[in-house]
Design a protein around this ligand. Structure first.
Ligand SMILES: C[S@@+](CC[C@H](N)C(=O)[O-])C[C@H]1O[C@@H](n2cnc3c(N)ncnc32)[C@H](O)[C@@H]1O
Length: 283
C-alpha cells in the first residue's frame, strides 16, 4: 500500500472513533504524524510503505482510536514552533496556551532584566517559549508534579536555554523569599475543570491525562485561581502583571476576583481561539 491509501484508511477509522469517543484533533494530521513516526520520517504521498511499517502504523492507529493522545504515542508535542518531549503522566500542552506565552512575552520585552514566574508549568511550554523569546529574562517554572518538572528540565536543556529553572512548588509556597515583590510577570494555566465536570470530558483527557492536571478538585474549578489572585499581589513588583488562562465562561468572575484583590487594568484578552481567554491584571 502507498502512504496515501494508508492515510485514507486511517482517517476513516479515526473519524469513526472520533464520533464514538469524542476524540479531538485533526484526523488526517494525526494519521500523517503517526505514519511518519512508524516510518521514521515523513513519507511522500505515493511512496510504497513496507509491510512491517504498515503493521506498526496500524498498531499506532488502534492506540489513537482508543483515545490515547497523539503526543503520548509519538513522544513530542508542538508549541510555539518548538518540539517539546512529553511522556504519559503529564499534561499535553495546548495550542491555546501559545497566546498566554505571547501575552507574557509582550510584557517581558519592555523590561530590562525581567523576572517571569510560570506557575503550574507542566512540561514547560509557556516558560520555555518566554525564555526563548526574551533572552534577557530570568524565567522560573513551578509545578507540584516532579514528573512534569523533570520533563520540563529536559526540554529546556535540549534547547540549550540558560535563563530558565524549574522547581517543585505548590503555587507560590516554594518560591524563594527574594522573589517577594520582585516578579514582573506571573503566568498560570491552571487545572480549571469543575470537579463534577471531569466525567464529561473527552476520553483522551479523562482517560489519559492525570486528574490533578485537569481539576483542582474544587466545585467550580476556580480553587487555584482564587489562591493565585489572593497571594499573587504580594509577589509582584509594582507595575507587574498577573496573567491567567481560563475558560471564557469564567472570565467575568475572574475579572471581578482580580479587581477585588486590588489589581488594576484588569481585562479579558483573547487570541485566535474560542476555547480560552487570558485575564490580565496589574499591580
Ligand atoms: C492545565 S496543566 C498546565 C500545564 C502547562 N502550563 C501547560 O500549559 O501545558 C496544569 C498543571 O498544574 C499543575 N498543578 C496542579 N496543582 C498545582 C499546584 N497546587 N501548584 C502548582 N502546580 C499545580 C499540574 O501538575 C499541571 O502540570
Amino acid at each position: 500500500m502507498n502512504a496515501n491509501q494508508l492515510i485514507i484508511e486511517a482517517k476513516r477509522e479515526l473519524v469513526s472513533a472520533n464520533s464514538r469517543f469524542g476524540l479531538q484533533g485533526e484526523e488526517e494530521e494525526d494519521a500523517w504524524t503517526l505514519l511518519s513516526h512508524a516510518s521514521g520520517e515523513e513519507p511522500g504521498l505515493l511512496d510504497e510503505i513496507p509491510p512491517a511499517t504498515v503493521r506498526r502504523f496500524r498498531r499506532l492507529i488502534r492506540r489513537r482510536q482508543a483515545g490515547e493522545p497523539v503526543p503520548y504515542i509519538v513522544g513530542w508535542a508542538e508549541f510555539s514552533g518548538l518540539r517539546l518531549s512529553i511522556r504519559p503522566g503529564t499534561f499535553v500542552p495546548r495550542l491555546t496556551s501559545e497566546f498566554l506565552a505571547a501575552q507574557a512575552v509582550r510584557r517581558l520585552r519592555r523590561r530590562r532584566r525581567p523576572l517571569h514566574v510560570d506557575l503550574a508549568a507542566g512540561i514547560g511550554p509557556v516558560a520555555i517559549a518566554a525564555a526563548m523569546a526574551v533572552p534577557q529574562a530570568s524565567v522560573w517554572g513551578f509545578d507540584i508534579s516532579s514528573r512534569a518538572l523533570s520533563q520540563a528540565r529536559k526540554n529546556a536543556a535540549a534547547l540549550e536555554l540558560d535563563n530558565i529553572r524549574f522547581r517543585l512548588s505548590d503555587l507560590f509556597s516554594g518560591l524563594p523569599a527574594s522573589m517577594r515583590g520582585a516578579i514582573d510577570v506571573v503566568t498560570i494555566h491552571p487545572p480549571y475543570v469543575a470537579r463534577g465536570e471531569v466525567g464529561g470530558l473527552p476520553v483522551e483527557m479523562k482517560g489519559y491525562e492525570p486528574r490533578h492536571t485537569l481539576t483542582d478538585g474544587s466545585k467550580d474549578g476556580l480553587g487555584l485561581v482564587r489562591r493565585v489572585i489572593s497571594e499573587g499581589p504580594r509577589w509582584l513588583r509594582p507595575g507587574g502583571w498577573l496573567l491567567i488562562e481560563i475558560m471564557p465562561s469564567e472570565s467575568a468572575r475572574v475579572r471581578t476576583l482580580m479587581s477585588r484583590a486590588g489589581l488594576k487594568e484588569v481585562k479579558s484578552t483573547r487570541g485566535g481561539y474560542k476555547e480560552t481567554r487570558v485575564i490580565v491584571g496589574r499591580l
